[in-house]
Design a protein around this ligand. Structure first.
Ligand SMILES: Nc1ncnc2c1ncn2[C@@H]1O[C@H](COP(=O)(O)OP(=O)(O)OP(=O)(O)O)[C@@H](O)[C@H]1O
Length: 292
């Protein structure tokens, strides 16, 4: 499988008034064309920083990112992002149709733009809502509009930052299935950040488990579940349950790895002191022998 996205030794350190803060360090992974990869990690570990660097919104302070072979230096043309907060990402004064057309305004003529938007709204089951305004729709429907807007753009890579975290559980299941359907039908490459372990197993072809900040990859797991997933039978399967437990265990490892590292540092320090003490004792003994 050819790599759509290559992230190599990626690091980012924010410079703030109260000092420097390294959010991610040594992140290395690839995402193949047509793959759906989920990223999970402890709160505040640097997931959004990772997405911001991939989307070209911030320049990483270390490492490289390439999208189908081209180094990411600014916001790539063929990348779309869906955020958690649909209410802030849609324009309330534009109709659903106009919201979906909006990112295409510079690249396409009017009739093509209209056709693309109508098609994308059809994909997400909102063909009848074209003339409505976002505030006339439920939260789940608004997030469908945001997904349609991203898909209408036909991105090489779709980045999603906690896309279903603001909707109720039932709508979340529907949107997860919608994402699986559209990525299969349109062969879209997707990178999804989620806090939800079950969601990462349900959606992913692979799961990247990150450590605490500065985030690095603790594990890159292949999800060996049948491609056709079902909210009830898939979640009940032994494979699903085992993988969910594995991700939870690894997240715990991710949470403690830096503590373990610092405990190791403390052990190393103690060993160095003991070694110095031994050397000093031997030197004193040798001196004593020489003078007697
Ligand atoms: N602009 C910034 N300046 C300084 N530090 C920042 C900035 N943005 C993020 N950070 C810090 O970098 C670390 C990672 O933040 P980031 O938002 O990437 O984590 P996250 O995993 O997405 O968080 P969450 O799980 O809460 O969504 C945090 O400690 C955060 O405080």
């Amino acid at each position: 499988m050819t790599a759509m996205l290559e992230v190599a030794d990626l690091g980012h350190t924010y410079q703030a008034k109260d000092g420097a803060h390294t959010a991610i360090a040594g992140l290395t992974f690839t995402v193949g064309a047509g793959e759906l990869v989920c990223v999970v990690g402890p709160s505040g570990c640097g997931k959004s920083t990772l997405l911001r660097t991939i989307s070209g919104l911030i320049r990483p302070t270390k490492g490289d990112i390439s999208l189908h072979g081209n180094q990411v230096k600014g916001v790539p043309d063929d990348l779309a992002v869906v955020f958690q907060d649909y209410s802030r990402s849609l324009f309330p004064w534009l109709t659903v149709q106009k919201n979906v057309e909006f990112p295409l305004r510079r690249s396409l003529g009017r009739s093509e733009r209209k056709a693309r938007a109508a098609e994308a709204l059809e994909w997400v089951g909102l063909a009848g809502a074209q003339r409505k305004y976002p505030w006339q729709l439920s939260g789940g429907m608004q997030q469908r509009v945001a997904i349609a807007r991203a898909l209408a753009y036909r991105p090489a890579l779709l980045l999603m930052d906690e896309p279903f975290a603001s909707v109720d559980a039932q709508t979340r299941f529907e949107l997860e299935d919608l994402l699986l359907k559209v990525r299969t039908e349109h062969d879209t490459t997707v990178l999804v950040v989620t806090h939800d372990i079950d969601e990462s197993v349900y959606l992913g072809d692979r799961i990247l488990v990150l450590s605490t900040s500065p985030a690095s990859v603790v594990a890159d797991l292949k999800v060996d579940l049948p491609a056709q997933r079902d909210q009830i039978t898939t979640r009940e399967s032994d494979e699903f349950v085992a993988l969910r437990a594995e991700v939870a265990r690894l997240l715990n490892v991710g949470k403690t790895s830096r503590v373990i590292r610092s405990r190791r540092t403390a052990d190393d320090e103690a060993a160095r002191w003991a070694e110095a003490e031994r050397a000093e004792t031997s030197r004193a003994e040798a001196e004593e022998r020489a003078t007697t």
